[in-house]
Design a protein around this ligand. Structure first.
Ligand code: ADP
Ligand code: MG
Length: 238
């Protein structure tokens, strides 16, 4: 579970092409980072995978099944947004439970899943608070909790740490890496931050104007960048 295969997918907005034909295979359990400058199409690519945007052409397969035309809720994926996407008037418990209530699960099952997610994220003592009464890191963990309870086959993160301060960002990177290690679930993580890419990824996908410049492990990209763009972006001396 958690394998995602993109075949010749493209995306245009009107007559502006944002993603030219693109192929990519993400293996089950991989931590894949999409990295590249602002406006290069990282969010668009993630939204295509999530089903929040339709591809203009090409196919998306998830766990061997054609998911190209499936609505987001049927893809088995969970998108983690920045923490300001939390509902400010709801408690932490209800924020995390929200996707389960939408799925009409009974209360005992909801409580069990919410409490298990809270335990993983060190939020057990905070379930009755509201987002405004939490630190930035705790708020981001609540946003992750809301994804965990859905038990997705893959997590999709779009620059989840970009509104946190530098020290907290370092901390949360570690926490997300640990979460990946303990769940073993596929994670796709979008960032424009090279350090984040180098420290978190099993596999980095370097994007430039919607095109994949190179795919490889952090070590491969660092020691054998295919071109100047990759070298410049990853920061190796070539
Ligand atoms: P990134 O996340 O890498 O910063 P995006 O995927 O947000 O980049 O955007 C890639 C390009 O697509 C940008 O030029 C952006 O203006 C354009 N774009 C994104 N979404 C839309 C949209 N809904 N309509 C028109 N253009 C869009
Ligand atoms: Mg973006």
């Amino acid at each position: 579970m958690g394998e995602i295969v993109l075949k010749q997918i493209t995306k245009s907005f009107g007559d502006i092409s944002v993603i030219p034909p693109l192929d990519l295979t993400i293996a089950n359990g991989e931590f894949v980072v999409f990295v590249g400058p602002s406006g290069c199409g990282k969010s668009t690519l993630l939204r295509l995978i999530a089903g929040l945007e339709d591809v203009s052409s090409g196919t998306i397969r998830i766990d061997g099944k054609d998911a190209t035309a499936l609505p987001p809720a049927q893809r088995g994926l969970a998108m983690v947004f920045q923490s300001y996407a939390l509902y400010p008037h709801m408690t932490v418990r209800n924020n995390i439970a929200f996707p389960l209530k939408m799925a009409r699960l009974d209360k005992a099952a909801v409580d069990r899943k919410v409490e298990a997610a809270a335990a993983v994220l060190n939020l057990t003592g905070y379930l009755d608070r509201r987002p405004g009464q939490l630190s930035g890191g705790q708020r981001q963990r609540v946003a992750i909790g809301r994804a965990i309870v859905r038990e997705p086959t893959a997590f999709l993160f779009d620059e989840p740490l970009s509104n946190l301060d530098a020290a907290l960002r370092v901390n949360m990177r570690l926490e997300i890496s640990e979460l990946h290690a303990s769940l073993g679930t596929t994670m796709i993580y979008v960032t424009h931050d090279q350090v984040e890419a180098m420290t978190m990824a099993d596999k980095i996908v370097v994007l430039n104007a919607g095109r994949i410049e190179q795919v490889g492990s952090p070590i491969e990209l660092y020691s054998r960048p295919r071109n100047r763009f990759v070298a410049g972006f990853i920061g190796s001396p070539r």
